[in-house]
Design a protein around this ligand. Structure first.
Ligand code: PLP
Length: 405
């Protein structure tokens, strides 16, 4: 393997870190490690050290690092057609849209590149619908602790307290209410409300799972009032929670749904889906240079086909239950205050605000995990993870927690 790493021929790690400090915008404090390759549940750094990856590109690499089927499909397509033009047909955009509509409760698809871009599209669609069918209603109700992306409108939609003072003035038209609180949602609806937008599980907010009662209640509220129900499934979709889409487990159907992250298995692609009656865009309303380009489409198509062919969502559910069981076994020793999640989107709450210290120590020990809050750890491995790899993670985590807590 050393020869493989050497063949990649990068500058020495310290040189790369110095160059990064000098040339990249400082948007996040990255650790002093440079990752050069990945396979399945593992990544290797420039010094050929192996890490067990429970972040997977931020819940993106649903089939693991460089899955053979995706690598083959992308390589083949790269030789055939990269970008036709968003204003021209290509076979893959048609086939991928068909695959999504045939396997979901939604009827129409618009493709984009990032989650925030798909969510922007969802908001525009809701406003367009409000204009046409609800006397110009334009407001969207979102929830506290939600995360919808980093464009200006999505930062305005997101319910992160720390973002409230940033980049003022925000995009108007968002109202925020507590998550899992139907009464607050009912009270917030006015004639100006075009849509409600929620995540079935708030991922960035710390893996807060919606109750079935809440999701069913939202659907009923929307049916009663004519307000649209938008589900942001950018993190929960494509098998992550144990079904192809999380909404299936709540026995409801959204009017609009957004997908990203796992959809491309590591390749940047996202999608906005809607019911037929809500599909009110007119030519000129929506678009983008990279929307539906063949390389992104082959990635999405391959990922969905793999999900269906190998029933990966079911495996994610089983592995997720196993992971939660193992974490619960550790609860007593480390006094976790909660272990929760759906499928392979799992979190534990710690008795102390040691999340960042644990993440740093885990990195030293060859494990990549995330702390979405000071006292919370999040686990979002590949959906193809094995029990042995989960056991390996638990062993490393136990060692790390004994050192830090
Ligand atoms: N929505 C949810 C639920 C997310 O988790 C994220 C990213 O973490 C986004 C939207 C934004 O996606 P992107 O970073 O691809 O724009």
């Amino acid at each position: 393997m050393a020869t493989q790493a050497q063949a990649l021929s990068f500058a020495p790690t310290q040189q790369m870190i110095t160059d990064a400090d000098a040339s990249l915008m400082h948007i996040v404090a990255r650790p002093g490690v440079v990752f050069v390759r990945g396979k399945g549940s593992y990544m290797w750094d420039a010094d050929d050290r192996r890490y067990l990856d429970f972040i997977q590109g931020w819940a993106v690499n649903c089939l693991g690092h460089s899955p053979p089927a995706l690598v083959r499909a992308l390589s083949r397509q790269a030789k055939v057609l990269l970008n036709a033009s968003p204003a021209l047909h290509n076979p893959l955009i048609i086939e991928t849209a068909k695959l999504l509509t045939e396997n979901s409760a939604l009827d129409r698809v618009f493709f984009a590149s990032s989650g925030a871009e798909a969510n922007e599209g969802a908001l525009k669609l809701a406003r367009r619908y409000g204009q046409k069918h609800r006397n110009g209603a334009f407001e969207v109700i979102t929830t506290w602790n939600s995360f919808h992306g980093r464009t200006l409108a999505m930062m305005s939609a997101t319910g992160k307290q720390a973002w409230e003072p940033l980049f003022e003035p925000k995009v108007p038209g968002f109202v925020k209410v507590p998550f899992n609180d139907l009464t607050a949602m009912r009270k917030a609806i006015t004639p100006n409300t075009a849509a409600i937008m929620v995540e079935p599980v708030q991922g960035e907010g710390g893996v807060n799972v919606a109750t079935k009662r809440y999701m069913k209640g939202l659907r009923e509220l929307c049916d009663e009032t004519g307000v649209l129900l938008i589900l942001d499934e950018i993190q929960t979709g494509i098998g992550r929670t144990g079904s192809l889409f999380a909404y299936e487990q709540f026995d409801i159907e959204p009017d609009i749904m957004t997908l990203g992250k796992g959809l491309g298995g590591g390749f940047p692609v996202s999608a906005l889906l809607s019911k037929e009656k809500v599909s009110v865009f007119e030519p000129g309303d929506q678009g983008g240079t990279y929307c539906g380009q063949p390389l992104a489409m082959i990635a999405a198509k391959t990922v969905i086909e793999e999900m269906l062919r190998k029933n990966i969502p079911r495996k994610a559910k089983n592995r997720g239950n196993y992971l939660k069981r193992q974490l619960k076994f550790m609860s007593k020793e480390f006094r976790f205050t909660d272990v929760r999640g759906m499928g392979l989107l799992v979190a534990v709450d710690l008795p102390q605000e040691k999340g960042p210290a644990i993440v740093a120590k885990a990195l030293e020990e060859g494990l990549l995990i995330n702390a979405p809050g000071a006292a919370t750890l999040r686990f979002m491995p590949a959906l193809t993870i094995s029990r042995a790899e989960i056991d390996e993670m638990i062993e490393i985590l136990r060692k790390v927690l004994r050192a830090v807590l």
